[in-house]
Structures are given as C-alpha cells and as structure tokens.
Design a protein around this ligand. Structure first.
Ligand SMILES: *[C@@H]1O[C@H](CO)[C@@H](O)[C@H](O)[C@H]1NC(C)=O
Ligand SMILES: *[C@@H]1O[C@H](CO)[C@@H](O)[C@H](O)[C@H]1NC(C)=O
Length: 536
C-alpha cells in the first residue's frame, strides 16, 4: 500500500512537473514568421506573415489538447506570440508577453508548450512585442469541445471565422516611432476582415452556420451585422451564453464572440457589415453572405448600425448572460457557480489616464505608467534578481498625484477572490484584459463607481470573459477567482496604450512550492537581460 502510494506520487509528479499532460492528445506546429507583401487596404505594404499567411494559420484544437508550437523568428526584430484568452493553467511561462518571456531573437526559435485546459471557445493569438500586431502576425485559435461534452446548440452546418480590426497603412516600425516620439496614434486608415477589405461566405438556404468574430484591431470598437438576418449569440470568450438574438452586436478591442446564423431568407446575396463605434468618422467594411442557390447580387442599402450611441451598447452588454445549465467547460473547475456569494479578499480600483510626461504622451493606470525592463518579471522573480520591478508599488486606490514611471507587480495570494473596478476617467472607451484568467463582468455604468453600486451587480449569471470594455467616463466591475498561480499581465487591450504604459503585472502565489500549483521553468526557456547566466 505504502509502496503504491510512493509510486503513484512519483508518477503524478513526473507528469505534473511538465507543462503538458501525458494522456491528452498532442498537436504539433512549426510556424515561421517572416515579412511579406500584403495589401489589406488595396495598396501594398509590408506585413508579418506566419508560414506565408496573413492572417496567420487558424489553430484548431480540442479542450485539454497539448499544443506544441515551434515559432521560428525570421524578422529583423525580437518576436513573441501571446495566446489571447488561453489560460495557461499553472504555466505563465508560456504566456508570451515581455513580462513572462524573453523575446525570440531574429533567426532564432522558441517552442511553446501549453494545454487548452478546460476551455471551449473562440480565441486569438497575436504578436505582443512593440507594435508588431499592427502589421499582422495574428490569427484565430478555436478550441472545440471533446466528443463527450455536449454544447448547448446543435452541430452547425459550417464554421466561419472573422478576424476584424482597424488598420493603418503605416508600418509597425513607423507606428512605434510615432509613439516613442511622444505622439498618440492618428485615426486608423480602414477596417479589415480576415486581412482584406471584403470577405465572402457561401452557405445553403435553410442551414445554420457558426460565425466566430474577434476584434483584432488596435483602438476601435466595432459593430457587426448581417443584412436581413438575426444573430443568435452562443458564446463569449469561452462562456456559453443565453441564446438571445440580435440585429447587430458590439465587439470591443481584444474581444471575441460567436453567433449562429440561419440562412432563412430568400435566396440572394446579403451584406455582412462591420463599422466602427464611438468614432466621429465611421469606417465600414463589408462582406458577402452568398446563398448557394442565389442568382441575385447584394442589393439595397448597407444596413445601418449604431455609431455613437453609448447607452445602446451598455444595454446590450447587460443582456449577455451565462447559461447556467449549459454543460461545457467551466470558467473555473470548482466553486464558480455561486461566484456571487464568495467573500472578497480584496477590492481594487484601477483608473486609466493619458498623462503627458516630459512633454510626451504616455498612458497610465493608477498614476503609474509601466516601463518594461530588459528582464522578464517572471524570470526575475524566479531567480530572485533584484531591481527589476517593485512589489506593490501601484497606489491603490489611485492617489491622484502626478503620473510617474514604474514597474509595479501587485501581489495576491493563490485562491484570493477579488473585485476589480475599472474607473474610466477619460471620455473614450477602454478595454482591459487579464492574462491567465477569465472573470465575471458583474456591472457596467457611468460616472464614478461607489460601494453602493455593488447592490446592482449581477451576482447570478454574469458572463465570464477575458476582456472587458469600460465606457467613456464610466466604470466596469469584475470578480476574479485567483486560482492560477503565476505572473500575469493586466493591460489595456488597446495596443498603443499598452505599449506606452497602461499595464502592469499581478503575481498570484503561495509560499507552498508544489507542482500542483505551478510548473517549473521550462528547460528551453530563453534567457535575456539580468537572467542571462541563470540556469533553468
Ligand atoms: C528550436 O527548434 C528546435 C527544433 O528545430 C528545438 O529542438 C529547440 O528546442 C527549439 N528551441 C527552443 C528554445 O525551443
Ligand atoms: C442553456 O443550455 C441548455 C442545456 O444545454 C439548453 O437546453 C438551453 O436551451 C440553453 N438556454 C438558453 C436560453 O440558451
């Protein structure tokens, strides 16, 4: 008996100590990243391609698959991919942001190893270094359910992915230079769908198709609609929702959702429309939904959508609800159904701002504009390297003083259940993302958040997602169960804001060192900065 226990412990330890799990399937990818010509807005420019493609290859996998991606960097600048919304359980080593990973130098490679643990849904990946994301390098990452797990809708007759976002004609280096010189980004030049100004979907009358839509842009919220058709919302970033139907849907920067569309109209072609939200000038991109038995081209006006109406968007966001009876991968394995009754260990308020510092545009959170050191924070913490970041140096609540530069890491205990209030002090929409987690979005509102507002939270069936919008001069409140040990990036999803300092890291940790809490530094980890010479 005792021997058995020891053997079992050794066995468990052997598999648990590696970031991939033995009995789940493996999927291997080799991705070569290069520059290449692309023409998303008609004129040719230099894009970032993965295996020659823009957008990059769609990564399709199944819940709990082990994903092994060897990324070969053939650019002239360091490169990293981050897996937006993939939780990287116990494994912030693979998160692919500069606070956790050294960038892959030119003509070099790094092999990511991670598991799509307990997730089903629509996600993306994108380059996280500098403004590279503005040149492409992004793609779809769809996690399908395992055969034995039912999802709350019939198998669709087809599955279409749409990566939509604002686009600049300027190169990623030019955009980065603009930001480095202290200017903010200008208004984007256009809106693109799957790397082009138009797109085409062919379907059969009477059938139902799954459309997965992600906003991969840099700055702009979008509205999505299909002429003459209703959109039945089924999933938001891995949460199965109540299946409400909508004429059109708002999708903010960094967010994903999926809808079912039944081709229940007369056989002809219909407009698929994306347009920018909350912008003075409205950018529009259209595609075609073609019925296979159609002989008529698209006709009629392009269906109008909301443009500036902020309240419309808030009202819609409040209708997104978690389907509590849907059996599927859960946002959290245990204890999550009653998220509304779990006591809060801490509550923090995060206020965004756009200060000028030394005459240059910066972006800050709680008065601190984040500066990325040469050494990833995760490696500095792992090797006990001093003077890379400063523990708990974010003034929470914000002090309201002059903004400063800094590299804060805010510490939390593993399994803390916390509230975060994003207070938008600017007259522009914001979106915030937390790596390693999804969180319940329990409320949105206008003005200054106060404790009284908690009475109005949705504590029953809020959606759990990884990116939340915060309306102009408004607030959004989230609840997070900090059950994933590691160093995690909390950031603006609007990439220029992130690049110029609107981000920081949280460390979720327990003094008890255990493979059941966190994997070890992978043996192939790249080392840089002050981590050079330390051995994995
Ligand atoms: C680079 O690729 C090779 C295989 O071509 C692999 O053996 C090696 O581990 C990779 N390097 C890293 C750091 O992952
Ligand atoms: C919720 O999920 C259940 C179980 O799969 C399904 O039967 C039901 O139709 C869904 N409810 C709504 C309102 O979407």
């Amino acid at each position: 008996m005792r021997l058995l226990a020891v053997v079992f412990a050794a066995f468990a330890c052997f598999f648990a100590s590696s970031s991939v799990v033995a009995d789940d399937p493996y999927r291997y990818f080799t991705w070569t990243v290069t520059y290449g010509p692309i023409s998303p807005l008609g004129s040719q420019q230099q894009g970032i391609l993965i295996n020659g493609q823009f957008p990059g290859p769609r990564l399709d996998c199944v819940t709990n698959d082990n994903i092994i991606v060897n990324v070969i960097n053939k650019l002239d600048v360091p490169f990293l991919l981050t897996w937006n919304g993939i939780k990287q359980r116990k494994n912030s080593w693979q998160d692919g942001v500069l606070g956790t990973n050294c960038p892959i130098p030119p003509n070099s490679n790094y092999t990511y190893k991670f598991q799509t643990k307990d997730q089903i849904g629509t996600f993306t990946y994108f380059p996280s270094v500098g403004m590279q994301r503005a040149a492409g390098g992004y793609g779809a990452l769809n996690v399908y359910q395992r055969p034995q797990i039912p999802v709350p809708y019939a198998k669709p007759d087809g599955d279409f992915t749409m990566l939509v976002g604002d686009w600049y004609k300027a190169s990623h280096k030019a955009l980065q230079q603009t930001l480095d010189s202290g200017s903010s980004l200008s208004f984007p030049d256009g809106l693109i769908i799957n790397g082009a100004q138009s797109t085409f979907f062919n379907g059969d009358q009477g059938k139902t198709y799954h459309f997965r839509i992600s906003n991969v842009g840099l700055t702009t919220s979008i509205n999505f609609r299909i002429q003459g058709h209703m959109l039945k919302l089924v999933e938001v970033e891995g949460t199965h929702t109540l299946q409400n139907t909508y004429d059109s849907l708002d999708i903010h920067v960094g967010q994903s959702m999926s809808v079912l569309v039944t081709l229940d109209q007369a056989p002809k072609d219909y407009f698929i429309v994306f347009s920018t939200r909350f912008t003075q000038k409205v950018l529009t991109a259209t595609g075609i939904l073609h019925y296979s038995n159609s002989n008529s081209p698209v006709s009629g006006p392009i269906p109008a959508g909301p443009t500036y109406q902020v309240h419309w968007s808030v009202k819609q966001a409040r209708t997104f609800r978690w389907n509590l009876t849907a059996s599927a991968a859960r946002p959290n394995p245990q204890g999550s159904y009653h998220y509304g009754t779990i006591p809060r260990a801490r509550s923090i308020i995060l206020a965004n701002s756009a200060p000028l510092m030394n005459g240059k545009q910066r972006y800050a959170v709680d008065g601190v504009s984040f500066v990325m050191p040469d050494t990833p924070l995760k490696l500095a913490d792992n090797f006990n390297i001093a003077n890379v970041f400063a523990w708990d140096s974010l003034p929470i609540p914000p002090s309201g003083g002059t903004a400063v530069l800094g590299t804060p890491v805010v510490r939390f205990n593993l399994h803390d259940f916390i509230e975060i209030v994003f207070q938008n002090t600017e007259n522009a929409i914001q979106t915030w993302h937390l790596d390693g987690y999804d969180f319940w979005v329990v409320g949105y509102g206008f003005g200054k958040w106060t404790e009284n507002i908690r009475k109005r939270y949705n504590l029953v069936d809020a959606v759990s997602r990884h990116t939340v919008q915060v309306y102009p001069n408004g607030w959004s409140a989230i609840l997070v169960s900090l059950d994933n040990q590691g160093m995690w990036n909390l950031r603006s999803s609007m990439w220029a804001r992130q690049y110029l300092g609107q981000q920081f890291y949280i460390r979720v940790w327990t003094p008890e060192k255990s493979y059941s809490n966190e994997y070890d530094l992978p043996p192939n980890a790249l080392l840089c900065g002050k981590a050079i010479g330390h051995h994995p």
